[in-house]
Design a protein around this ligand. Structure first.
Ligand SMILES: [Zn+2]
Length: 577
């Protein structure tokens, strides 16, 4: 092995040697060696050093003139990076990388900014793909608006024999109350239609859908509710009743299902994501991922959380699965519903609905069974818990399985309302909060109504949660929120929504610093998926997953964060956007 020195250093050595030749030779002449022999030796050494310096190492890709945030432990930056076979060979100054490497492809980024590929720590990647094949009801201003979009979709896609939509939020409407299905039944009497609320925990279904599912005035669903008025069904369903109805409707065809992944991937790459943690997949969906990955149609890195089904519990007994683009070593549980639809399970009544505390959707016994299975087979447990009662239940169940010092990285997904009495359990048992910064800025308009002025201060407390373990996972829960990670970064650091509201930020004491926000979307999110040895930072030996931005997220004024452009995205050293 040659020790390869930069060109300039070798030239300097050579010149110094020549300059000192006379002095050296006079010394040696006094001894045995002649001046000619000295010259010959020095020239030989020089040629040797120059030759070895020309033997630069081969790389596939050099990135030069960039501001690279490596996200290493000291948050260092670099100017340049060399990549080969999808792996980072080195980061350093332009000079260092140029002197050591040659490559077929050299990118001069002219001062642009490079971050590790962005990670969504909790989303529904597959669900998002399917949602692209469904009616998008986000941003609707009234129920009439919802009906209009539903009809328009039906006209455009007459081949769909069952219509599903998602995204309405009665809190955005003039009349902020749940709709009923009277108008829907008149407009679409023959085809089943289910329109889910933005959080997926409530839905309005037409009579045709209720009929197909066999729901009537006598139906009872554990962990859910079927709303009635004057003894008649209104079409409104909550929590498990929504899932139960959907389970009884015709399923998308295998081809429709497979199509969901590449469509979702394309949109996610364009926003700078190179890895997603899909919070709940079943065996058939994982089989599609594996097939598409083998065929080269799906390149996104996926951390698949297994849904809590009998088939998946059986899969867990066979151990964890860890590939280049797919890792399976976690199971997803649900402790409660969502706050918007008053399904989140609270210790005290909802401020805007006395007598109601929300819904517990998994029994303690069931949760314990899954935790035991996970512990036995090295799996991580990730539980959806939004209300303070649900968070407390899960923290205490986790505590009974975990040692004080552990590296199980069991997670509480959302951790929205946390009783100050319970919060230390996160730190004491290394339980990791997995948060969604945009939930705070989406919910801030009505969260105070649900929780009251005191309790809301304990909600969306991301800074406080971060301090528990010194790291935190950030995501979006898309398609509940937009897929764009820049929105996460903006909401986490400014606690404002895209309209710049509110002026000083919502409960600004719980904002994250910009450094911590970017960590929560890269290296910490990778750690939350046991993937930090390979991705999440740009360091020697790690995978070359990175994103090129036109401006510096760490430096630009707050209001310019959202105008940042994703210029290119690389995964395993391959340009994917
Ligand atoms: Zn989710």
């Amino acid at each position: 092995m040659f020790i390869i020195l930069p060109h300039t250093k070798i030239k300097r050595i050579f010149i110094t040697l020549q300059e000192n030749c006379e002095i050296l030779s006079s010394f040696f002449c006094r001894n045995v060696i002649t001046i000619d022999f000295m010259r010959f030796t020095l020239i030989f050494i020089g040629i040797f050093l120059l030759t070895t310096s020309c033997m630069k190492k081969e790389a596939d890709l050099l990135i030069l003139n960039a501001r690279i945030y490596t996200l290493d432990s000291s948050f260092s930056t670099a100017e340049a990076m060399a990549v080969r076979d999808g792996i980072i060979l080195e980061t350093g100054t332009n000079q260092e990388i140029r002197d050591q490497y040659t490559a077929g492809q050299v990118l001069d980024l002219t001062g642009k900014v490079v971050f590790p590929g962005l990670i969504d720590g909790h989303c529904h990647f597959y669900g998002y793909g399917l949602s692209l094949q469904k009616i998008d009801l986000r941003g609707t201003q009234s129920f009439e608006d919802v009906l209009e979009r539903t009809l328009a979709f039906h006209r455009e896609h007459p081949e769909h024999t069952c219509l599903e939509g998602r995204g309405w939020d009665q809190n955005d409407w003039m009349e902020a109350k749940f709709p009923d299905n009277t108008e829907l039944n008149k407009l679409l009497p023959d085809i089943p239609v289910v329109l889910r609320r933005i959080d997926g925990h409530a839905a309005v279904a037409n009579q045709a859908a209720l009929d197909v599912a066999g729901f009537n005035e006598m139906t009872n669903i554990a962990g859910g509710a079927i709303e009635k008025q004057n003894g008649k069904l209104t079409g409104i369903l909550l929590d498990n009743a929504v899932d139960s109805l959907l389970a009884r409707l015709p399923k998308p065809s295998p081809e429709e299902k497979a199509q969901a992944f590449p469509e979702a991937q394309e949109k996610c790459f364009a926003k700078g994501l190179t890895m997603v943690c899909d919070a709940g997949l079943d065996g058939s969906e994982i089989a599609i991922i594996e097939r598409l990955q083998q065929e080269g149609k799906l390149k996104m890195r996926i951390y698949a959380m297994l849904s809590n089904t009998a088939e998946n519990r059986d899969r867990m007994t066979k151990g964890i699965q860890s590939g280049d683009r797919l890792v399976i070593r976690s199971v997803k549980l649900y402790a409660d519903g969502a706050l918007g639809s008053r399904g989140a399970w609270l210790k005290e009544d909802y401020t805007d609905m006395p007598g109601h505390k929300g819904l517990k959707v998994t029994s303690e016994e069931q949760a314990r069974e899954v935790c035991q299975l996970a512990l036995d087979h090295g799996f991580q447990v990730n539980t959806h818990a939004i209300g303070d009662a649900a968070v407390e239940m899960m923290l205490k169940i986790y505590r009974s399985f975990l040692n004080v010092k552990n590296d199980a990285r069991w997670r509480i997904e959302h951790a929205q309302v946390v009783d100050p009495k319970d919060i230390n359990l996160f730190g004491d048992y290394q339980i990791i909060p997995s948060i969604q910064a945009t939930h705070a800025t989406s919910d801030m308009y009505w969260a105070g109504k649900r929780l009251g002025p005191e309790r809301v201060k304990q909600a969306y407390a991301y800074q406080k949660l971060l301090r528990q373990n010194g790291w935190i996972i950030n995501g979006t829960d898309f398609p509940i929120e937009e897929i764009d990670p820049l929105l996460t970064f903006y909401a986490a650091t400014t606690r404002k929504d895209v309209k710049g509201f509110p002026e000083g930020g919502f409960q600004i004491e719980n904002a994250l610093s910009r450094e911590d926000a970017i960590r929560s979307m890269t290296i910490w999110a990778a750690k939350g998926a046991f993937w930090e040895d390979q991705i999440g930072s740009l360091e020697k030996g790690k995978k070359a997953d990175f994103v090129v931005l036109n401006q510096d997220l760490l430096q630009v004024p707050d209001k310019e964060i959202l105008s940042t452009q994703v210029e290119a995205v690389y995964l395993n050293g391959e340009k994917v956007f």
